[in-house]
Ligand binder design. Structure first.
Ligand code: PHE
Length: 355
């Protein structure tokens, strides 16, 4: 038994030398000194020792135990010191070093354009409003001189909301996601504050998705209503916008068109930037436009039926309206030639960070 004890001590001293972390050290302690450990295993021999020698052997075993314990404590102590030292070596921070600035984002391309449109029209006294995106059929169509079954409605590929009329209080027909911002016309007139100079910028939704159409896009809708508003005012406002948004050289033209809610109706074209409105560069057809003009969007003099639907007297009041796509207009300005308009809303930072 004596030699077993001595061997145990040597073995422990040997093992404890190599221990480099406190978890391993604890394992070692359990292995040697634990209740079912090596030492108590040896102690099981004690009763078999002759009575005369037993006491002495017990004392010897105690000495061995004490000596193992003290080298254990020593190892523990030096390990703790080493760990503390390692921390100060590895985990220091330089509090004088400059901090890491968080990455700061910026406004989306479309939001930038919206701000600019808003700012430009505000200089002419147009007030930005936001009329609902989730809307009754009445404001989106019927008030705009498009009765329930009128085929012109087909041009706005509209999303209807199932049971929408049960969700929105009051009953003005089915509920749609606004396919254009023209729903703001009757809504603004209903507020009854004349003269009206409104710019309604909002999201629009249409059931179309391809390289030139996103199912969600934005429009800005201008509406001016007062006594004796004429096409001359419409032209003035359009020219002001075109020259400030696109550049002082740009000109607009009105091309006859048809909308149910304006009479007369126009498409607004703007001179092409690439060819300067000529349509060709050194006898070669301009690659940007076809004949010197680019199409901006629709406009016209508000139809008397729409003024009536807005609760005003068409004998007394007249006005103009226009409604253009924000994305389209901003792409025409920047010359941004992207082969799929939907990339604007794919949240791909590689694209968005460029603007
Ligand atoms: N709402 C029309 C569209 O979405 C545009 C428009 C607005 C035309 C106002 C005339 C007047 O195409």
């Amino acid at each position: 038994m004596r030699s077993d004890l001595e061997k145990l001590k040597d073995e422990f001293l040997d093992a404890v030398k190599d221990v480099s972390d406190s978890l391993k050290l604890e394992e070692l302690r359990v292995e040697y000194l634990g209740r079912k450990g090596k030492l108590s295993n040896i102690m099981k021999q004690l009763p078999e020792i002759a009575e005369g020698a037993r006491k002495e052997m017990g004392q010897f075993a105690n000495e061995i135990k004490t000596s193992i314990e003290s080298s254990f404590s020593a190892a523990e102590q030096s390990l703790r010191e080493r760990e503390a030292h390692g921390k100060s070596e590895n985990e220091w921070i330089d509090i004088t070093a400059p901090g890491q600035a968080p990455e700061i984002g910026h406004m989306h391309l479309t939001s930038q354009a919206i701000e600019e449109v808003d700012e430009l029209f505000s200089r002419l006294g147009f007030v930005r409003v936001r009329h609902p995106e989730v809307e009754w059929d009445w404001y989106a169509f019927e008030s705009l001189n498009m009765p329930k079954t009128h085929p012109a409605r087909d041009e706005w590929e509209t999303f209807f909301m199932a049971d929408g009329d049960k969700v929105l209080e009051g009953k003005k027909g089915k509920v749609v996601l606004t396919p254009h911002t023209s729903n703001g016309q009757a809504r603004e007139m209903e507020r009854g504050r004349i003269p009206i100079r409104m710019i309604n910028i909002n999201k629009c939704y249409r059931r179309q998705s391809d390289v030139t159409h996103a199912p969600m896009f934005h429009q800005f809708e201008g509406l001016m209503i007062d006594e004796k508003v004429t096409i001359a005012e419409l032209r003035g406002v359009l020219d002001f916008f075109a020259q400030n948004f696109f550049g002082p050289e740009r000109k607009t033209r009105l091309r006859p068109h048809h909308f149910r809610f304006t009479e007369p109706s126009f498409e607004i074209d703007i001179t092409c930037e690439v060819c300067g409105g000529v349509g060709k560069i050194e006898e070669i057809k301009c690659r940007m436009c076809k004949e010197g003009w680019l199409e901006l969007g629709g406009a016209g003099m508000v139809h008397p039926n729409v003024i009536k639907a807005g609760g005003l007297d068409p004998e007394k009041y007249s006005g103009f309206a226009f409604g253009w796509g924000v994305e389209r207009t901003m792409m025409m300005k920047s010359g941004l030639n992207i082969d799929d308009i939907r990339i604007l809303y794919r949240n791909d930072l590689r694209f968005l960070k460029q603007f």
